[in-house]
Design a protein around this ligand. Structure first.
Ligand code: SAM
Length: 254
């Protein structure tokens, strides 16, 4: 039987609504370093992140002072499955607020992190989550790809800055393309060599060669970072290596 291509993994995940794959800390660090100046004095909201296991939460809580953050909020969606982080009793969705180190050890300790219960399931579209969204300046996460269109539409509706992971193919979605065209969303720096490694609860769903057994991670080549924050990459001059030719690039006729 032919093995599945790398790019089919994402559509498998999408089709099966299996949105449970978890971003790795080195990938988060590699992307976030380009946005440092944007975080000073800001509230960051991770709205699809179980703070008990999210590497986004780890990154922003441990770098809270370095980035000069004002506040960090993370919320999780009620577990639909046995959860990755062995919180099998995590029936209730929770959110968490962190306002920085208080005891001077530069470690976000349990007494410094306020854990609160949602009445509902923590859906990013719920009124409870939207109330947190309204407090936020910048939303950062890897959202469920099966809801990517809705997820982005909400960020645009509430005029939030964002840095999110999404399928590369999203630029062709009829809801997303106009945002690219109108300079409301663009691609970030992307994953190293285009390889995004994720932890998943269902590694056997993925084709051999894509699941790295040793690291217990799956590799996607068709995901990238999207943002609406200004980054140096947007101002780099494009290196042109061929002279313009009208024959090669004919203009569209009316
Ligand atoms: C691709 S995973 C990424 C998790 C985490 N952000 C990370 O990068 O490690 C998407 C997460 O969104 C959660 N999720 C699914 N539907 C959601 C919804 N309607 N509202 C909020 N979160 C949702 C899933 O439970 C899952 O943990």
């Amino acid at each position: 039987m032919a093995s599945k291509g790398l790019n089919s993994n994402l559509s498998d995940a999408k089709n099966s609504r299996q949105d449970e794959f978890y971003t790795q800390l080195p990938d988060i660090e590699r992307e976030m370093k380009h946005y440092r100046k944007h975080f000073k004095g800001k509230t960051v909201y991770l709205n699809c992140d179980d703070p008990r296991g999210s590497q986004f939460f780890h990154y922003f809580s441990y770098n809270f002072e370095k980035l000069g953050l004002k506040k960090l909020i993370a919320s999780c969606y009620k577990s639909q499955d046995v959860d990755l982080f062995s919180q099998k009793d995590a029936e209730q969705a929770v959110y968490l607020e962190y306002e920085g180190d208080r005891d001077g050890d530069r470690i976000p300790g349990p007494d410094e992190i306020e854990v609160k219960q949602f009445a509902g399931d923590g859906d990013f579209r719920s009124s409870e989550s939207i109330a947190l969204l309204k407090q936020a300046d910048i939303v950062v996460t890897n959202p469920p790809f099966s809801l990517f269109r809705e997820y982005v539409a909400q960020l645009i509706e509430y005029e939030k800055k964002f840095i999110i992971v999404g399928p590369k193919g999203a630029v062709t979605y009829k809801e997303i393309f106009p945002l690219v065209r109108d300079n409301k969303l663009w691609v970030g720096y992307g994953f190293q060599s285009g390889n995004a490694f994720f932890k998943t609860m269902h590694p056997t769903d993925y084709a051999k060669g894509v699941y790295d057994k040793e690291r217990d991670l799956v590799k996607f080549r068709n995901v990238t970072w999207y943002t609406n924050l200004d980054i140096a990459k947007r101002h780099e001059e494009m290196v042109l290596f061929k002279p313009f030719s009208e024959e090669r690039y004919p203009a569209l006729q009316d």
